[in-house]
Structure formats: structure tokens, C-alpha cells
Ligand binder design. Sequence first.
Ligand code: SF4
Length: 254
Amino acid sequence: MRQGMRKGESFPWGELLGYLSRKLVDMARIQQYRLPRDLCCVLDELLKVMERGPEDKGTILQRVATSAQECKACGLHKFRNKVVVGEGNPDAEVVFVGEAPGEEEDLQGRPFVGAAGKLLDRIIEAMGFRREDVFIANVLKCRPPANRTPKPQEVEACQHFLMEQLRAISPKIIVSLGSVATNALLGSQQSITRIRGEMTQWEGVAVMPTYHPSYLLRYPEKKKEVWEDMKKVLTFLGRPVPKRGQGSNPSEES
Ligand code: SF4
């Protein structure tokens, strides 16, 4: 810690946090305290941040991608062909968050490139965006065998990658696709049928929960509800809402 401060100089909160973190970790080592695992992770991350200084978002996203490629924090690493970190515009206004990679995504290493991905592309285009305008990611970065629902411990092990991506991108709104993505963001245990269409928040960023495109492939009649949710997203962003028959509104497809 610096010893003195000149008048008008801002208080060095970063230095203070780094100093306190180091002290706490040292005390825990000396006294052999067992700090809770989450607190250890936070302190560890804080110390790393203190050492390397502030990063720009491109560096953060690249660091997340590299860490995920090497990650073996849950058993899913044994089954993966490729890690699917996410892709898109680092300055995106909208981030779409799904559950986990499927078969095609696992082979290509890219999110939402199978049948559900093609439907998501049509939804994005109907909203007036191109795929490269938005960012697309999943809660899990590796494919669960046979596309089974992720286990809670897998979500817990992996979700910090997504959180770091979202903090770096800092979008205006997140569209959470399905229960797994929505519950991971909100820390809840709710059915998507109960909470879809109701705008909520994650760390101060707006979140619109809606159905996952895979669900829409099984229940195409639900496309109308998703389109209603996307209209709310467009209104929130102050963007024009296409009317029926004015474009490729996916809810008009049979
Ligand atoms: S799913 Fe996530 S936590 Fe599990 S091995 Fe892959 S990157 Fe790591």
C-alpha cells in the first residue's frame, strides 16, 4: 500500500483490495484455516487481476476461450470432440445464451450450428440483426453425452466462463434460451413455461427468458410466444418491430 495520498488523488481501492486479499490468504495459510471454496476462487481471481492489471474485453474473451479449451473441471471433458466457447460480436447489444453444445456443435466447435441453430439464425434475422451482430454462447462449454440435461454440478463447474464472457461483453440484454440457461443466470429453479416473457435482470443487465429453439422444433406452435418475447426485446432496445408479413418472422412459418 502506498503510504501517503496527495489532495485530489482518488483512493486506491484496487491496491487496498489486493492488499487485503493477500493478507487473508496468508493468514489462512499460516493458521491453516479452511476458507470456503468460492471465497478462495474469488480471492485467487482478485489477486490475478491485481497482478496483471485491467484487461480489455478482447483479452478477457480470449483468456476465457483458452481456459475453457484446457478445462477438465467436470467429467464432460472426457466426451468432448471440441470445446464450444461461444462466438460473435464482443460489442453485441444482445447475447443469446443456450444450454450446452449438441452433436453438430461438438464436432464443429461452434455454438448453435445444428437444426436448432438454423432456427435461432432465423429468429435473429427476423429481429433485424445478422448473426455476426450478436454474441451466442452456452452455459456448458462441452457436450453432455446424448444431449442429456446438464447436471447441477456441471453447471456449477462451468458457468463462471459464461459469467466472465457476459461481464466482458456487457450487453444491453441477454436472451436466455430455456430453463437451464435462465436458471443458471438467475440462480433459480423455475420452469421456463412459468417465467418466459417476463423481463428480469442479471447483475443489472436485462434478461429475457424464452423457449430454447430445440423446444420450438418439437412444438412449433410455441414460435408465436418466442416472437412475442423477441418483440419485447426489440422494444427494450428501441429498435423497430417488424410487422406480420414484413420479413422472415419465424412465427409465421408452419
Ligand atoms: S463442461 Fe465446462 S467445466 Fe466441464 S470440462 Fe467442459 S469447460 Fe470444463
